[in-house]
Ligand binder design. Structure first.
Ligand SMILES: Cc1cc2nc3c(=O)[nH]c(=O)nc-3n(C[C@H](O)[C@H](O)[C@H](O)COP(=O)(O)O)c2cc1C
Length: 397
């Protein structure tokens, strides 16, 4: 069925994938275990990973009826730009190892759906590869490394590629441990395990796709350090380069280098949100890195309302974590987000069937969002307010 999804029969295969969970299951069948675990895992006991979903599910929407639900729209604006959905593809490292040239396919799917795509610093395709292969500007996500000369060069490359926003990730200056990555040898440097090789041998469609891809290493870094020719050396360098000294002063420095819109991703606390609102950044992303960093922190949907209140309209607030359905998007909008980022969901579709698979996930989200707007009595995302959700089992707002 999966190889069909890539060929002529692909449209039929997509038709039977009626929800994002179907694509997640197909993803698990197609891609080697080590990469599936890398995507699906959270850090430590995965409490926060689970809470992101569970707390979204605990929120109930308010159904409103007899409203003439024709002529509804999912259109909105994100950072002043029109978007067809209140949705952005979150930065996801190693996307090009889930599907050959994955970043290019994912970016094309996002642009066709009329929403922004965020390219990770840790992408396989480089900024320049993606820029040369897509029609419109995309966002670039920045990890700050100890080598500030490299960071300056990376910012200049993003500006030269006409990236329309810089997303500075602020919650990964030290790295949370994901047990399964260590057990699978997805450590730094990566270990070649017999079990991984056997698993890869049973996933030929994935392997063929990767072999056809342009690159097999970290595209944004390999070009800058030609001496680091192989992925093992590069991975070791990366692990040593995350900078624990990262502070608000660096935000100022980056702001001085970046001519465009700056977004701070990984804000969860009201105090940090207040400081962020004074930096001149255009937006913050309420994020716990998809439950991959500090385990035990709040689900993002729980942190969101207080952050929105704290910044009081001085900065746009985006949120990510556990968004799997259109109704989740309405819940996030109701609690004050302007738009949401999605990480894993489009990645599952991408890995299953490239651009078409990612596009299918976005179409499922669009259709579900459209219906959720109709049945909550909202004409557009802008009309969604706190009044459209009941929180908790006693329906208290
Ligand atoms: C496999 C994977 C790789 C990720 N890589 C990055 C990254 O390179 N930079 C970053 O800022 N966030 C990264 N994230 C976090 C996502 O941008 C986003 O915050 C998170 O995935 C949202 O949760 P969701 O996957 O439940 O939608 C990654 C997440 C996953 C699952």
């Amino acid at each position: 069925m999966l190889s069909k999804a890539q060929g002529k029969g692909g449209d039929d295969a997509m038709k039977t994938m009626t929800c994002i969970e179907d694509l997640r299951q197909a993803y698990h069948r197609k891609v080697p275990r080590a990469f599936v675990d890398y995507c699906e895992s959270g850090s430590y006991a995965e409490q926060t990973l689970r809470a992101n979903r569970a707390d979204l599910e605990r929120i109930a929407l308010r159904q409103r009826v007899l409203n003439d639900v024709s002529g509804r729209s999912t259109k909105t604006t994100i950072l002043g730009e029109e978007a067809r959905l209140p949705l952005i593809l979150a930065p996801v490292g190693l996307t090009g190892m889930q599907h050959g040239d994955g970043e290019i396919h994912a970016c094309r799917a996002a642009q066709a759906a009329g929403i922004p795509y965020t390219l990770s610093t840790m992408s396989i395709c480089s900024i320049e590869d993606v820029a040369a292969s897509v029609a419109k500007p995309f966002w670039f996500q920045l990890y700050v490394m100890k080598d500030r000369g490299y960071i300056r060069a990376l910012i200049e490359r993003a500006a030269a590629a006409k990236c329309s926003a810089l997303v500075l990730t602020v919650d990964l200056q030290v790295i949370g441990q994901r047990h399964r990555d260590i057990k699978n040898g997805m450590s730094v440097p990566p270990e070649i395990r017999i079990s991984n090789l056997i698993d890869i041998a049973t996933k030929p469609a994935w392997a063929l796709g990767i072999l056809r891809g342009k690159r097999k290493t970290f595209g944004n870094i390999a070009g800058h350090y030609p001496s680091m020719s192989n992925v093992t050396v590069l991975s070791k360098w990366i692990a040593e380069q995350f900078d624990p000294t990262l502070s608000w002063k660096d935000v100022e420095w980056i702001k001085s280098l970046w001519p465009g819109k700056l977004i701070l991703k990984g804000i969860l606390d009201v105090e940090d949100a207040r400081i962020a609102a004074k930096t001149g950044a255009a937006a913050i992303v309420v994020s716990n890195h998809g439950g991959r960093q500090l385990d035990g922190v709040s689900a993002t949907i729980d942190a969101l309302p207080e952050v929105v209140e704290a910044v009081d309209g001085r900065i746009e607030v985006l949120v990510d974590g556990g968004i799997r359905r259109g109704s989740d998007v309405v819940k996030a909008l109701a609690l004050g987000a302007c738009a949401v980022m999605v990480g894993r969901a489009p990645l599952w579709g991408l890995a299953v069937a490239g651009e078409r698979g990612a596009a299918h996930v976005l179409e499922l989200l669009r259709a579900e969002l459209h219906l959720a707007l109709q049945l909550t009595g909202c004409r557009s995302p802008a009309e969604v307010t706190r009044a459209h959700v009941c929180r908790g089992p006693n329906n208290s707002p």
